[in-house]
Design a protein around this ligand. Structure first.
Ligand SMILES: Nc1nc2c(ncn2[C@@H]2O[C@H](COP(=O)(O)OP(=O)(O)O)[C@@H](O)[C@H]2O)c(=O)[nH]1
Ligand SMILES: [Mg+2]
Length: 171
């Protein structure tokens, strides 16, 4: 019964928009007053491909605060892919991606991953240059780097789709 459920875990610091991206991807409206995630939350979406195949995607979302890090192993276990999210207007959130990669590596070993720079709508407050993030993604074997806005629903599906494609191709 679980054969067609693909688990994807969203990793990254608090406040970067992980819950907002999961919400929008799973077909819910952006919520400007998104509350701090406490513990683990799940979002679901069924996807149908042109060849008729179907897959259910379970997106796992973890509160980004340090006090929830003890949940990280349970949060990551069984994930077939990881979406690392940072906020392009806060450099320290980009730097924290290293920590999350280390945690995920310990629990899962090498896993298909994408890097997402969220809050693309706040271009005038950008602190991380696109080229820097792209280079980081390239040198650390990410499938790709994507800039998105959960708020304006720009490119939100793309990182999920690219990741799912790679996961399904490995089956
Ligand atoms: N401007 C802007 N704000 C966003 C975007 N995504 C999320 N936010 C806001 O950033 C804050 C944190 O979002 P949230 O989804 O809770 O982040 P999380 O802690 O990583 O789950 C909330 O106030 C959101 O409304 C975005 O794409 N653009
Ligand atoms: Mg959250």
């Amino acid at each position: 019964m679980n054969g067609n459920v693909v688990k994807i875990s969203l990793c990254g610091p608090g406040g970067v928009g992980k819950t907002s991206l999961a919400r929008v991807f799973s077909g819910n409206p952006f919520n400007a007053s998104e509350r701090l995630t406490v513990g683990i939350q799940h979002f679901f979406r069924k996807m149908r491909f042109s060849d008729g195949s179907e897959v259910s995607v379970a997106v796992w979302d973890l509160g980004g605060e340090h006090r929830f890090r003890f949940l990280a192993p349970a949060f990551l276990r069984g994930a077939k892919g990881i979406i690392y999210v940072y906020d392009i207007t806060r450099e320290e959130t980009f730097e924290e991606i290293d920590d999350w990669r280390r945690i995920a590596e310990q629990v899962l070993g090498p896993t298909p991953s994408v890097l997402v720079g969220n809050k693309k709508d706040l271009e005038e407050y950008r602190m991380v240059q696109r080229e820097v993030a792209e280079e980081y993604a390239r040198t650390h074997n990410f499938i790709g780097y994507f800039e998105v806005s959960a708020k304006q629903m720009i490119e939100v599906e793309k990182p999920f789709l690219e990741l799912i494609k790679v996961i399904l191709s490995k089956r």
